[in-house]
Ligand binder design. Structure first.
Ligand code: LLP
Length: 439
């Protein structure tokens, strides 16, 4: 079974308490406080190795981690050590990757509205590839590259018109998406690049069909469209584009109802789709880029919360409140995302009951998990929510002026704080009260 097909990292039980990476979660909660993000290093390394193993039959493959899923220096170092490159979508992500010592030649810069400042920063880092999303960006990137006297390697991002079965907000490949060039615009942009934008070097095509995907068909469809377009453009414009970036999207198992593909099945479908399309469109020697984000870090992460208040409504619904919620994990309120959880401390002898886990934020929609079966829960218990490694910390906010939680890395019974908990001072660190109000 692939790591992304498990709802949680390898957990053991010691004296009734849950352990991850050999660390007792109840002890971690005590030592670092809650809410607490915990990342298991071996799970991250394990899935990176699964990707490498599963794609080892592909001759030319470049794995890039989509850092939007979780971006900090420690995680970047681990993933870079596993031989991955990176996909970044902002100057902030580029900054973190650079500070982590990532080889910036192995970074692709994506995004539908890169600003002039961001493009300038990316060029000064010497990043490997830009995925050019639209006409405005092409013109701007050409101008800035010319002013620096360089020729920038680019892909063009296309909207392949593929529908896949995932939440509407995280679909990106369908025809009316905000991302990329419509298929009817690709020749126009290529013509501009070839004839006018002399400081852009077109290396290939890029697309991304969506996220949290469980099926392989949409990848095959995507590859068919990309290879067809690439072959067409190459022959029409006498080009030799050879890079095919198919984006990310492999799903993970948040609850028992989720049925993600194994990394191996995913890679087989891609290899299959690629060889079929290469024969069909008579094109050889392509380099395949993939950009997994969620599947690399999600399963490795859990969030620990302390249980506080509880209530039973007049119609019998039981709420248990935790000391975090939508500011550290906005996914349930944004996408109706479902999670699984367990009590991390010893619950021997307690009877099971169905409860709803509420967050602590002033918003009725701040519910982390609806109707979950747990042993009877008491104030002071530690709740462990699984699969929070991706799109939790990276989407966290300070709503209600709460401090973003700390993140701890566990490995071989050792825990290291990799991101500090924000302090109250941090909450006002950027503020400035006008002098006239201080009088
Ligand atoms: N490449 C591109 C161009 C993308 O837009 C994305 C994700 C990825 C790669 C990585 O996809 P992944 O392997 O992580 O599925 N906040 C949402 C997910 C948004 C994904 C945006 N793009 C969530 O929490 O579900």
């Amino acid at each position: 079974m692939s790591i992304n097909q498990s709802t949680k990292p390898v957990t053991t039980i010691r004296n009734g308490n849950l352990q991850i990476g050999g660390c007792n979660l109840v002890e971690l909660a005590k030592q670092y406080g809650t809410p607490l993000y915990v990342m298991d290093e071996q799970t991250i390394r394990g899935i990176c190795r699964e990707y490498k193993q599963s794609f080892s039959n592909c001759k030319n493959i470049v794995m890039t981690y989509a850092s939007k899923a979780l971006c900090n220096m420690t995680i970047a170092k681990i993933i870079a050590q596993e031989g991955f490159g990176f996909d970044a979508v902002s100057a902030g992500e580029l900054y973190v990757l650079n500070k982590a010592g990532v080889n910036m030649k192995k970074v692709t810069f994506n995004g539908n509205n890169k600003t002039e400042e961001e493009i300038d920063i990316a060029l000064s880092y010497g990043i490997g590839l830009f995925s050019v999303d639209n006409f405005h960006e092409a013109e701007l990137l050409n101008k800035l590259s010319a002013s620096k006297g360089i020729v920038t390697d680019i892909l063009i991002r296309i909207t392949p018109g593929i529908e896949c079965h995932t939440h509407d907000y995280i679909k990106t490949g369908q025809i009316n998406s905000k991302f990329g060039f419509d298929l009817s615009q690709t020749e126009k942009i290529v013509e501009l690049i070839v004839k006018e934008y002399k400081n852009l070097n077109l290396k290939g095509l890029h697309a991304h069909v969506g996220s949290q995907i469980f099926e392989s068909e949409c990848y095959k469809d995507e590859i068919d469209v990309l290879v067809r377009e690439l072959a067409n453009i190459n022959s029409k414009f006498g080009l030799n584009m050879s890079i095919l970036n198919i984006g990310g999207g492999l799903g993970v198992k948040y609850t028992e109802d989720d049925t993600p593909l194994s990394v191996e099945k995913f890679s087989n479908a891609i290899a299959d789709g690629l060889s079929t399309a290469q024969i069909k469109y008579n094109i050889r020697d392509l380099t395949l880029f993939i950009e997994p984000g969620r599947s690399i870090v999600s399963t490795a992460g859990v969030t620990l919360y302390t249980i506080g208040s509880s209530k039973i409504t007049s119609d019998g619904k039981k709420y248990i409140a935790v000391d975090g919620g939508m500011a550290d994990n906005p996914r349930p309120s944004m996408y109706q995302a479902k999670y699984s959880a367990e009590i991390a401390n010893d619950t021997a002898g307690r009877i099971e009951q169905t409860v709803t886990i509420a967050g602590r934020y002033c918003e009725s929609g701040d519910i982390l998990i609806n109707d979950i079966l747990l042993p009877e829960v008491f104030a002071g218990d530690i709740l462990c929510v699984f699969n929070t490694g991706a799109y939790n910390r990276s989407m966290a906010s300070n709503y209600n002026q709460t401090r973003k939680p700390a993140m701890v890395l566990v490995n071989n019974s050792q825990s290291d704080m990799i991101v500090n908990r924000e302090s109250f001072e941090d909450l006002i660190a950027l503020e400035k009260v006008p002098d006239r109000l201080s009088k």
